[in-house]
Design a protein around this ligand. Structure first.
Ligand SMILES: Nc1ncnc2c1ncn2[C@@H]1O[C@H](COP(=O)(O)OP(=O)(O)OP(=O)(O)O)[C@@H](O)[C@H]1O
Length: 574
């Protein structure tokens, strides 16, 4: 029996993936309206105590000048000390609250952002996990560092500006012009430098990533004698990127100095203007002192904001990227099993067509494998066999169609529950950090009998017995198990818990004759108890007597399903 090449089967409902949810909101990391209001209130309280001090200072200093009163001077000193302590208290409270947000961000967001990154990595065939971690750290730095405090101090600065206007309209105008000038310089700085800084940071990160990736294959790099060339190339690129970064930093420093000078000139102008008011006796020494304090207070957050522009720009960009990843990679809705679906594995009009590819990789496959079926997936290199397995496992969102295991849509499944029903041996077997036991049992809580049963089923039990620490032997990526040993442990992990669906990606690779025979026995036992096996292979003859069905993939999404069994024994329908 065969399926039409690339045709959508009759009776198949084509569906698009579920729409993404709104994505990450500030509220998700604890930035609630109540928190924002409290922070603003604390800032205003700090600012008001400062302003009260300034106005009292004006009043008292004029009084001191007139009366030369020492008691007034002492009262003034006490008021100043009190104001300083109060401001420090408010500032501490604000920092503590922002620190708590940063903490929540780190703890609460990490798991969700990382699983979104993982979904993104599978969907786009790229590695995004590390990038997401860096982005969380940048947003966290925004809350934990000075940047968020400075934004709050801007509110205080506006109050200082209002007071300046109340004292004298001319003073207010000079202050306003100063704020605009300092902000404009900051924006120009950002505009001129942001792309350069981004490019140099990317160049630095790229060179380091490239070197790390090369050095993770030491045998190859040393064995083929390419280490000197690798290091030489890295050194040249790294030095060039570092040189560009230093030049950009120097430029940033120069622009920052221009901005600081502008800020000082504005303060000087305010002072000179206030002094000029003394000529016609419309101003006092108290006013002069107040203006000095107020204009410094007014410009400080603006110029500090400029110097922290990088962390703002970086933090906001990181936040937007995080939002984007989490919006795009929102966890799929969990759907209940379809009661009308037949038992076994149903692949309905399954299509996968990533953007920017001229043709689909998987083109509308329709196949039903009843319980106890074994099906090989064949086709030339790069045609999409592993991609099909990922779609079957529900790791990739199909462009159209769906995959049902006993009625449960694999993409819209609760991953934990669905994970217990499947066994998966990927092409490139990755064992996770932990010992052999934890790897096979998918964690440390597994029943020892179940782990040993899975190891026996995979023919790995004897091999594990010969390892230095048996089941307690470390098995992680750097633990030093041989490729064949890793594959056997991976196979035992796939068979753990008697899965309903076993998905094997070129399982015979790297196995000796005895291990291959064990593998075939394991698949036969699985079939006997009603499990389904989907096996990607470049050696179809190895499976010819076991697999009733062949699914042959071709370029551009072409596919064909054939039954090996004689007519009258329908183990497979298309
Ligand atoms: N999520 C994805 N987004 C874009 N392209 C993808 C994605 N997943 C796989 N591909 C591309 O699909 C093609 C098929 O890859 P796949 O690993 O499925 O081939 P394969 O048939 O298993 O090859 P081989 O026999 O060599 O293992 C590759 O060109 C791969 O880059």
């Amino acid at each position: 029996m065969s399926g039409a090449v690339g045709s959508a089967p009759r009776g198949v409902t084509l569906r698009r993936a579920a729409p993404a949810r709104a994505g990450l909101r500030l509220r998700d990391i604890g930035v609630t309206p109540a928190l924002a209001a409290t922070l603003v209130a604390l800032t205003l309280a700090a600012q008001l105590s400062f302003l009260a001090f300034v106005l009292v200072l004006k009043h008292i200093s004029d009084g001191i000048m007139d009366t030369r009163n020492g008691v007034t001077l002492a009262g003034f000193a006490i008021a100043f000390a009190l104001m300083t302590v109060l401001s420090a208290g408010y500032a501490h409270l604000r920092s503590a609250m922002l620190g708590a947000v940063a903490e929540r961000l780190s703890v609460g967001l990490r798991a969700e952002a990382l699983s979104a990154a993982l979904r993104n990595a599978v969907r786009t065939d790229t590695a995004r996990g590390a990038t997401v971690l860096r982005e969380i750290a940048r947003v966290q730095a925004l809350f934990a560092g000075r940047a968020a405090l400075l934004a709050l101090e801007l509110i205080g600065a506006l109050v200082a500006l209002a007071v300046l206007f109340c004292l004298d309209a001319g003073l207010g105008l000079i202050g306003l012009a100063g704020c605009i000038l300092v902000t404009a310089l900051g924006l120009a700085l950002h505009h001129a430098l942001a792309p350069r800084l981004k490019a140099t940071a990317e160049a630095l990160s790229e060179t380091t990533t490239e070197l790390t990736s090369q050095l993770s294959h030491p045998d190859l790099v040393r064995g083929l004698g390419i280490l000197p060339a690798t290091l030489g190339r890295w050194q040249r690129r790294y030095a060039a990127a570092l040189g560009r970064e230093e030049a950009t930093q120097r430029r940033a420093q120069a622009m920052h100095e221009i901005e600081a000078t502008a800020s000082h000139l504005v303060q000087l102008l305010s002072f000179v203007y206030a002094a000029s008011l003394m000529f016609d006796h419309s101003a006092t020494v108290g006013l002069l002192l107040s203006v000095s304090l107020l204009s410094a207070q007014l410009l400080k957050p603006f110029s500090a904001l400029v110097s922290s522009w990088e962390s703002w720009a970086g933090g906001i960009a990181a936040w937007q990227r995080l939002r984007e990843v989490m919006r795009q990679e929102a966890p799929p809705a969990i759907l209940p099993p379809d009661p009308a679906a037949p038992a076994g594995l149903v692949i309905e009009g399954l299509e996968f067509h990533p953007p920017k590819r001229p043709a689909p990789i998987i083109g509308g496959i329709a196949l039903h494998l009843p319980p106890g079926a074994v099906c090989t997936v064949e086709g030339p290199n790069g045609v999409g066999k592993s991609t099909l397995l990922r779609l079957v496992l529900g790791l990739l969102p199909p462009t159209a169609g769906r995959v049902l295991l006993d009625g449960q849509d694999s993409f819209h499944a609760d991953r934990e529950a669905f994970g217990h029903r499947i066994g998966y041996l990927p092409q490139d077997v990755q064992l996770l950090e932990g010992d052999v036991f934890a790897n096979i049992g998918r964690g440390t809580e597994a029943a020892p009998e179940a782990v040993v049963a899975a190891a026996r089923a995979a023919g790995a039990h004897d091999m594990i017995g010969h390892l230095p620490l048996g089941y307690q032997t470390p098995a992680g990526p750097t633990a030093g198990l041989s490729a064949g040993q890793r594959r056997l442990v991976g196979l035992a992990r796939a068979l753990f818990g008697a899965p309903a669906l076993l998905v094997l990606d070129e399982p015979e690779v790297g196995l000796d004759g005895a291990a291959r025979a064990e593998l075939r026995d394991a698949v036969e036992r699985l079939r006997a108890r009603g499990g389904i096996a989907l096996v990607v292979t470049h050696e179809p003859h190895t499976w010819a007597d076991l697999a009733e069905t062949r699914l042959i993939l071709g370029p551009g999404g072409a596919w064909q399903a054939e039954a090996r069994r004689p007519a009258g024994e329908p183990a497979c329908k298309t």
